[in-house]
Design a protein around this ligand. Structure first.
Ligand code: ATP
Ligand code: MG
Length: 595
């Protein structure tokens, strides 16, 4: 089990509220929800919300519903629904799933509530280990929401308004300027009922009228100035087809979906704080019989070198700036997964940044560090040379091959050892040789000794160049007495470098990914496309130790001294892996900034 469940329990102001509610016995069960709109793929910001909502449910033997907040037919698609379901399942898989209370496949029974109406979607189901989390859909509640709207009309607190969209905006005023009442505000209940039913019956085109809550056009909170709660959209919906041409607005659908599902704590990001009075107003006006949900807000996640808006990510995809939503450079969950980020590392990151009410920007290096920490413990070490320089060991017999023992993971002795072939012709990294070495350069240089990892100490005897003066290969000698770390004469060798046997090396495509943007705040001036990193992907041929031919798609390894790499699950073939660089061993950007 990953360390995020065995650590100290997380603490933050929302968990404090929940703990207090639990100890006061306010709820039989804690029920949270994660409510994405299926208008794009989930990103790392959503992961923060997922970890918070599922975390609180798990910690309190509660339930967390995945709910598609699907009230806008023109922007939503089945592709997004499916990706969201997949991504959430991936992110929470293996993470205390026995305690999450997953919703089983198939339609849930509606429970009869005390007032005899079937308006309570049973969130609580018996937990099944390994179950797949199935989504709820706000659009499954359209009938119920319509009934609630009728109830508000009958009560005289909602009316059909025929103002054009432009006039509706103009009449709303501004935070420092009172709004103006709509001329349709005082229609009779009978007239409103009639018109609302005719809206539903497809009598009016888009934009001709809306249903509005009758609250207060002078409220300092503009969200309370007779907000629209229904609008007309003659559009096919991914989940309800053509059953409806009127669609509830977010504010109306959200609080009531929360109520219908028996949500106790409705947790969202800070920008919804100003919506909370409306959330409460709707629930209160309906005089609902069960305990009402409460909304709590926390600061959204922003990351340096990252954009986090679905709309802008969609633009990158549409304009083919990236290969798709799952491009390994994307901050989407699908992209991070394809890059090779383990789910546990993302959860660990979300946990480490905490939950507050203050908006800020988190250094993306923190996320990368969570990935390193996770992989340092789990990834097997392998040797690979990415910028090869040929080395000939002149005193090593032609045709001889030795198998040297190599440790799989020094962090975990149980991972054992493997054998790597050693021969007369090797590759080392170009960086590990300098013809004119700077001071304190402890790697290979003419006349200088270095240790080959798992192998022998070698000494550079001679550099071979072509006619143009370029180094072609270097010629070395080796000391047979120094095999596998031996230093018989107590010689001090400061440098150890990695290598592969040239004739045994597996050639494979290696994709060196880097940050997608060169600026810390890519969208500071609204032109995030201007700072796309031209070097965010370099595909090269790597020379890998032959054991890597057995790599399975989805395996993660550390290429010693280089970084962590992931066998791309789509492009890898049996015996022929394609590796994505997940993250380097050190933060190369921090070094750049310091230089
Ligand atoms: P975006 O602005 O990126 O398009 P969104 O807020 O419109 O995102 P939703 O699908 O409505 O996306 O979000 C689902 C849930 O995830 C909401 O509760 C929202 O508050 C939360 N969420 C979205 N972005 C972040 C973020 N950057 N950090 C934390 N939570 C987020
Ligand atoms: Mg949203």
């Amino acid at each position: 089990m990953s360390n995020d469940t065995t650590n100290e329990p997380a603490r933050d102001f929302i968990r404090d509220i929940v703990r207090e509610d639990v100890s006061a016995g306010r709820h039989q069960k804690i029920v949270t929800r994660f409510p994405p709109e299926p208008n794009g793929y989930l990103h790392i910001g959503h992961a923060k919300s997922i970890c918070l909502n599922f975390g609180i449910a798990a910690e309190n033997s509660g339930i967390c519903n995945l709910r598609m907040d699907d009230t806008n037919p023109t922007k939503e698609e089945v592709e997004y629904v499916e990706s969201i379901q997949h991504d959430v399942n991936w992110l929470i898989a293996g993470w205390a799933d026995e305690r999450l209370g997953l919703k089983p496949k198939g339609k849930l029974p509606l429970a009869q509530t005390l007032d005899g109406r079937a308006d309570y979607y049973l969130g609580a189901t018996s937990p099944t280990a390994g179950a797949v989390l199935e989504p709820f859909y706000a659009s499954d509640y359209f009938e119920q929401l319509y009934e609630y709207a009728l109830q508000l009309i009958r009560k005289g607190v909602a009316y059909v308004c025929d103002l054009s969209p432009q006039d509706t905006d103009a009449y709303r005023g501004a935070p420092d300027r009172a709004g103006q009442e709509s001329p349709f505000r005082n229609r009779t209940v009978a007239e409103n009922l009639d018109r609302f039913q005719r809206m539903k019956a497809r009598e009016f085109p888009d934009g001709t009228c809306t249903l509005r809550a009758k609250i207060d056009m002078t409220s300092p909170n503009v969200w309370l100035r007779d907000p629209i709660i229904y609008r007309i959209r003659h559009a096919e919906h991914h989940h309800t087809g053509n059953a409806w041409c009127i669609y509830p607005m977010y504010d109306f659908a959200h609080c009531l979906s929360d109520y219908i599902e028996g949500i106790t704590h409705s947790i969202c990001t800070l920008e919804f704080e100003v919506h909370r009075p409306l959330y409460d107003w709707i629930l209160t006006e309906l005089g609902l019989p069960r305990t009402l949900p409460h909304q709590y807000e926390f600061a959204r996640l922003n990351l340096t070198y990252t954009i986090m808006s679905k709309r802008k990510l969609l633009q990158l995809v549409k304009e083919r700036r990236v290969t798709g939503w799952d491009d390994p450079r994307m901050p989407t969950i699908a992209g991070l997964r394809r890059r090779g980020y383990p789910a546990a590392a993302i959860r660990h990151f979300c946990r480490s940044i905490g939950v507050t009410k203050y908006n800020g920007t988190t250094d993306v290096a923190l996320l990368e560090n969570s990935v390193r920490e996770d992989l340092n413990k789990t990834a097997l070490r392998r040797c690979a040379v990415l910028q090869p320089l040929e080395v000939i060991i002149e005193n090593y017999p032609v045709g001889q091959v030795e198998e040297l023992d190599a440790v799989n993971n020094p962090e975990n002795p149980a991972d054992g050892t493997r054998r790597v072939p050693f021969s007369r012709r090797l590759y080392i990294e170009q960086d590990d040789f300098r013809e004119v070495p700077p001071k304190k350069y402890f790697r290979l240089a003419p006349g200088q000794e270095v240790r080959l990892r798992y192998g022998y100490i070698i000494k550079c005897e001679r550099v071979e160049k072509d006619a143009a003066g370029q180094i072609v290969r270097v010629h070395c000698s080796y000391d047979p007495a120094t095999r596998g770390g031996n230093t018989p004469d107590g010689r001090k060798i400061k440098g150890t470098i990695h290598w592969v046997s040239a004739d045994h090396a597996l050639c494979a495509e290696v994709r060196l990914y880097d940050r997608l943007f060169t600026r810390e705040n890519p969208d500071a001036d609204g032109n995030f496309l201007d700072c796309l990193n031209a070097d965010s992907l370099k595909a090269i041929t790597g020379y890998l130790e032959p054991s890597l031919a057995a790599t399975q798609p989805g395996d993660r390894v550390q290429f010693e001294r280089l970084g962590y790499f992931f066998a791309d699950p789509v492009d890898s073939k049996p015996g022929q892996p394609v590796f994505n660089r997940i993250v380097g061993l050190r933060d190369s950007w921090a070094k750049l900034a310091a230089d």
